[in-house]
Design a protein around this ligand. Structure first.
Ligand SMILES: [Zn+2]
Length: 460
């Protein structure tokens, strides 16, 4: 055997049912990797959201250890949230350890790599690059080299929760093609031992088109003009993955992974409406129409808890000394939290029906709970319902998202396909987790496992 090499191809939001079943015929290259390798579902992080999921995957740390509970996180002294960026990642990632052991690396488009960091090779920032003059490559000379060949860098698709689906699809395809063009160029020119690219277009595609491509979505219309784009887009992905894999040799292992899955969105649970109804959240005046929870209108002196919405609800108690106008004494936090937990676990919708709820307490669930963890993490109907943070709908349960058209929710299981380069060919396996990816990559390179990381090595 020669020098080991590996390509990791990340398909953000790729779901097992689509890759392994519905579009398998449209994906002959992925199907061949499955036939000759090890594959199965990959259990996502908690929460199963792009941030923190990719960072959990490439660091072997859970969201609590990272102190990243979503795209936006609280900071001490404020009730608002701040968008995370690469500076918030305070642990080493798999490419750092590989570089320390002399391997040339090229992480491309991985979330939370903006601003880019110095690596033993090249880095191109991912979907949260702010644009403009902000750096997006390490070394920076790579920016001009890429832009000269492939045009202005497309870090993400603008405004993908909108109604102009023609434009959104065109932008997704252009971005995906550009990303694979850049990856091929870097592989050919720089000859990294380890290259990892993440394609965010799959996630954007699901959020924009899920209702149209999934016959099981409650509002799916058979014969709609977008029905065919599912197999079309997945075929494009497969073609580009095949082209990339052909650039490797017998020593090159290929790993195809996703950070979480996807399924139909069945509506939302208005968590702040519920907290108002139960007396935990008190407003000075009721909004006349649906609006984001406006902190200015909250009567903090009488408020015990409020929540941030999203795929799950982050419920925060209004704690004296922690929140600017806190009223729950620190000595009472545990009792208030337990009472609120019990109430949420018995929540009912507008018709008096129980809503299936699961609740986690960060300090009990994670290895550590760093940063500013929520007091309760709440999932509704196993992620079929979103947590709606806005207020004023007058309802507990709604059918639409509150931040633009979206018919796709994240799901717990992503995908995992590993093949070639002397890695073990086990066929279909169960039980793989997102934390397994870092030890598996390090195992394929023979790099010793760093202390303190999670996960198992599937490479041998
Ligand atoms: Zn994602």
């Amino acid at each position: 055997m020669g020098r080991p090499a590996m390509m990791v191809i990340g398909l953000d939001c790729a779901a097992p049912r689509l890759v392994f079943e519905r579009y398998r015929d449209a994906m002959p290259n992925l199907s061949a990797l499955m036939q000759h390798g090890t594959w199965g579902s990959l259990r996502s992080s908690e929460p199963p959201i792009t941030v923190p999921a990719w960072t959990c995957m490439v660091s072997g740390r859970d969201a609590g250890e990272l102190g990243l509970y979503g795209f936006r996180n609280r900071v001490v002294g404020e009730t608002g949230l701040r968008l995370a960026n690469g500076d918030d990642v305070r642990v080493k990632r798999v490419w750092d350890w590989l570089g320390e052991h002399g391997h040339r690396v090229a992480p491309l488009f991985v979330p939370l790599t903006s601003p880019p960091t110095a690596v033993r090779g090249q880095m191109v920032s991912g979907c949260m690059w702010p644009g403009g003059d902000a750096p997006w490559c390490f070394p920076r000379a790579l920016e001009a080299e890429i832009a000269d060949r492939f045009g202005p860098y497309r870090a993400d698709v603008e405004d993908f929760r909108a109604d102009d689906l023609d434009r959104i699809y065109r932008d997704i395809v252009r971005m995906t093609e550009q990303h694979f063009d850049i990856a091929e160029h870097v592989w050919r020119k720089e000859q990294p031992d380890f290259m990892m690219m993440v394609e965010i277009g799959v996630d954007r595609f699901h959020h924009a088109f899920w209702r149209h491509i999934d016959p099981e979505h409650p509002r799916h219309e058979s014969g709609n003009p977008w029905e065919h784009v599912g197999s079309e887009y997945y075929r494009l992905l497969d073609t580009r993955i095949g082209r990339l894999c052909d650039m490797g040799d017998d020593n090159t292992a290929v790993l195809v992974v996703s950070d979480h899955g996807a399924h139909a969105m069945h509506g939302g649970f208005c968590i702040n409406e519920w907290l108002i109804r139960e007396g935990y959240l008190v407003l000075r005046e009721q909004p006349s129409q649906p609006a984001p929870l406006d902190h200015a209108s909250i009567d903090w002196k009488r408020t015990t808890a409020w929540a941030e919405g999203g795929y799950y609800a982050r419920v925060f108690l209004n704690v004296a000394g922690r929140e600017p106008n806190g009223r729950v004494e620190p000595s009472e936090v545990r009792a208030v939290r337990d009472k609120l937990r019990g109430a949420i676990e018995h929540a009912q919708d507008d018709e008096g029906d129980r809503v299936p709820v699961s609740v986690r307490i960060p300090e009990e669930y994670y290895v550590q709970a760093r940063g500013f963890p929520p007091d309760l993490m709440v999932y509704f109907d196993d992620l079929k319902l979103r947590a709606i943070g806005s207020i004023g709908s007058g309802r507990i349960r709604v059918t639409e998202n509150d931040t633009g058209p979206d018919s796709c929710n994240h799901d717990w299981n992503g995908i995992f396909i590993m093949s070639g380069g002397g890695t073990a060919a086990r066929g279909y396996v169960e039980g793989a987790e997102i934390y397994d990816v870092t030890p598996t990559i390090l195992g394929a390179f023979g790099v010793p496992r760093p202390p303190g990381i999670l996960g198992r090595d599937w490479s041998r």
